[in-house]
Design a protein. Structure first.
Lengths: 422, 294
């Protein structure tokens, strides 16, 4: 009798567990005719979590038969979340960062959507934004977020140091910084995000491109290029001259914002989002003194800044690609991007002529107009992930004086060739 | 009621859910990962993988980066366990004495251990912050350093700072273990030693330490397993940097698998970590048994 009771309890438990598992898959299929779309976003810069939630709610009101479930994760865990959740259809829509497109496409994690974007639309979208979701001339997502790094400067410190304009070249920047340091205005005039992370590669990409270098040329690794060497030496030199904050090698973008916003730096290279926050008195001690200009140039190069665009992709595992695409189109639509221009500048060229968009953030629009013509991509190769890690370590070894620029670049070239020829 | 099931069948039926769960979340991933480590799976090349035998193990074991990471992991394990044992022993001896406020101290000593590792990591990241960290504030206010400095931008220093954070969190575990053993000590042995004229230090080495030896070995085994698998504290504080200074084995496996999409290499490193741990544990247990026989 006892045994029988235990048995019954056991069976109930198992059925309960199974029923619990089952209900999830049920509401995916159909729940009174509504389709459920799971979307994965990043909890950071650009459109904020509230923005995306509001836009999503608007979309659901307009499309009562589609239900969107959103998840927000920090950038650092976004990639892993996509890798584990996307292929099985755990997510239908995922936000992806530019350097992931190639490997995700190759690994078959995201769907190709070349045919879904019309030619006229494509012509109206900035190339940089399109590049961030392209691999081998095919599209693997819809451009969504237009972003790049700008040079931010502290107007007051610049004026006190006796300069009437922000630097247009890196050498000019170094000179102005030295003058500021000598006058005792600021101990370390420049702050960067040089932690062993993707942020470091972003800054290096901008610099190497400005100095005429490049990591991949005609599909082949070209690390030993003179420009790359100059860029690395420039980074090292600013550290040795004491004009770069030595703690930069442990900073991410948010630390850069913190240092700059507390008035401890005169120059900073950072993403667009910093402009609004550094000018917000609640967040910053230097509100109202923050200027934004395109990333400095060098020689013939007017400017070059890393393309930090993000796209929205359909996962290969999605069961409702049409509904999911409709949602993507809404998120990236001119109407929505215009309305939220204050959070992130639109991907649409035509919107930059729109008075409403310009007045939301005139300085940023002004800087962007120039900067978007001078964007540079991180290597768009499927082996970028491994390479980026090697590059981060290599640059840090140089910055910490553990190895010479030449040795590091030669080693990196070898590693890149190995990766490319695999 | 009629008996329908034999005892054996009934037993199987009852444990079947447990078997399914264990197989599903322990054995299946374990086997799957092992199979990955035998393939040349590289998703970044769109290659789902063919079996290549043990070549991943050969290439990993001949890789300089792997041994560098293994060395760092061993350093992390050795230093962190060493400091934890010494600190833990003194705190346990202190708490074993009778004094006012002992119960209060005993309860707050457990607090660091109760904090999840990732939270602990995030906390120490802020404590070490070069611009507004609490450590800098403390040391400048005590006039030990004259201005804020960086704690995480040189590879060796960063590793030691991470170890500090780990020690802060894990020393309580050692304290609890040792304290439990100490409280079972027969006090009259100490009294006898006292009468015979053995001083405090002598009693520590002649009585306490030999008595605690089995417990210490257990702690070493547990902590070795944990420290060789260290991941979250690194992830939260340094992410392997600066210049790979804190790149330990598990973090290397993580980077290989999730950033480089080299699933096979990641799996290989994971298995090698498991083997290293197994080997160390085996050695410890043998030493312990030998010790008992003497």
């Amino acid at each position: 009798m006892k045994k029988f009771l235990v048995l019954i309890l056991m069976v109930t438990l198992i059925i309960g567990v199974l029923a619990g598992c089952g209900s999830n898959s049920n509401d995916q299929a159909s729940e009174g005719g509504t389709t459920v779309i799971n979307a994965l976003f990043m909890k950071q810069a650009g459109y904020s979590e509230e923005d995306v939630t509001t836009i999503t709610n608007e979309f659901m009101e307009k499309n009562p038969n589609i239900e969107i479930k959103t998840t927000f994760v920090p950038y650092e865990s976004l990639e892993q979340k996509i890798l584990t959740g996307a292929p099985t259809g755990g997510y239908d829509v995922v936000a992806i960062d530019a350097p992931w497109t190639a490997k995700f496409a190759k690994a078959g994690i995201v769907k190709e959507v070349t045919d879904k974007l019309s030619k006229s639309d494509r012509e109206d979208i900035f190339d940089g934004a399109l590049d961030s979701v392209s691999f081998e001339d095919k599209l693997y997502g819809l451009p969504w977020l237009n972003d790049t790094k700008f040079l931010f400067y502290n107007k007051e410190i610049l004026k006190k140091a006796g300069f009437d304009h922000p630097p247009a070249t890196w050498n000019e920047l170094a000179e102005q910084a030295k003058a500021m340091k000598e006058q005792g205005l600021v101990e370390y005039p420049i702050v960067w995000s040089w932690k062993q992370s993707e942020a470091l590669v972003c800054d290096f990409t901008s610099l190497s491109s400005t100095f005429g270098g490049g990591m991949i040329k005609d599909g082949k690794p070209s690390l030993t290029d003179e420009g790359n060497k100059e860029a690395m030496n420039f980074m090292l030199q600013t550290l040795e001259d004491g004009i770069t904050n030595p703690n930069s090698t442990e900073f991410l973008e948010e630390d850069v914002r913190g240092v700059f916003s507390s008035g401890k730096a005169a120059f900073a290279l950072n993403w667009t989002y910093m402009y609004t926050l550094a000018n917000d008195p609640a967040e910053s001690e230097v509100a109202g003194q923050v200027g934004i200009v395109p990333s400095p140039g060098h020689g013939d190069v007017v400017s070059a800044s890393v393309n930090g665009g993000m796209g929205l992709s359909l996962t290969s595992g999605t069961k409702n690609p049409d509904e999911a695409w409709k949602y993507l189109e809404y998120l990236s639509s001119k109407e929505v991007q215009k309305k939220y221009a204050k959070s992130a500048l639109p991907i649409w060229k035509s919107l930059y002529k729109d008075e409403e968009v310009i007045t939301t953030n005139p300085d940023v629009v002004e800087a962007s107009k120039v900067q978007y013509d001078y964007l540079t991509n991180r290597p768009q190769v499927p082996w970028y992930g491994s390479f980026s890690n090697e590059l981060q370590v290599g640059i840090q070894q140089v910055l910490m004086g553990k190895k010479s620029t030449e040795d590091v670049l030669n080693e990196l070239q070898k590693k890149a060739e190995e990766l490319a020829n695999k | 009621m009629k008996r329908k099931l034999s005892d054996a069948k009934f037993a199987w039926l009852i444990i079947s859910p447990a078997i399914i769960v264990v197989f599903g979340i322990v054995l299946f991933p374990l086997i799957e990962t092992f199979l990955y480590s035998l393939k040349d799976m590289d998703l970044s090349m769109g290659n789902p993988g063919n079996y290549v035998g043990l070549s991943n193990y050969v290439s990993t074991l001949t890789d300089r980066d792997f041994w560098a990471a293994a060395g760092r992991t061993a350093y992390f394990a050795g230093v962190s366990i060493g400091i934890e044992l010494i600190l833990g022993l003194f705190i346990a001896l202190l708490l074993n004495e009778n004094f006012r406020g002992k119960v209060f101290l005993q309860s707050i000593i457990i607090l660091p251990w109760a904090i999840p590792t990732i939270v602990n990591g995030a906390m120490w990241k802020w404590i070490y912050h070069s611009e507004y960290g609490a450590l800098n504030a403390l040391l400048t206010q005590l006039h030990i350093i004259d201005q804020y400095r960086s704690w995480l931008n040189s590879p060796w220093l960063a590793m030691n700072m991470v170890i500090m954070a780990d020690v802060w969190k894990m020393t309580p575990l050692v304290v609890i273990f040792l304290l439990a053993s100490l409280q079972m000590v027969n006090k009259s042995v100490y009294e006898a030693a006292d009468v015979d004229g053995a001083g405090m230090i002598k009693r520590l080495f002649i009585l306490t330490l030999p008595y605690l030896k089995p417990t210490i070995l257990v702690i070493i085994v547990i902590r070795t397993m944990e420290t060789f698998k260290v991941f979250d504290i690194i992830y939260a504080i340094t992410q392997g940097g600066p210049a790979n200074g804190t790149m330990v084995l598990t973090y290397q496996a993580y980077i290989k698998a999730f950033s480089g999409l080299q699933y096979s290499q990641g799996a290989t490193i994971s298995y090698l970590i498991a083997m290293i741990i197994a080997l160390l544990t085996f050695t410890y247990v043998r030493t312990m048994k030998k010790g008992e026989m003497i």
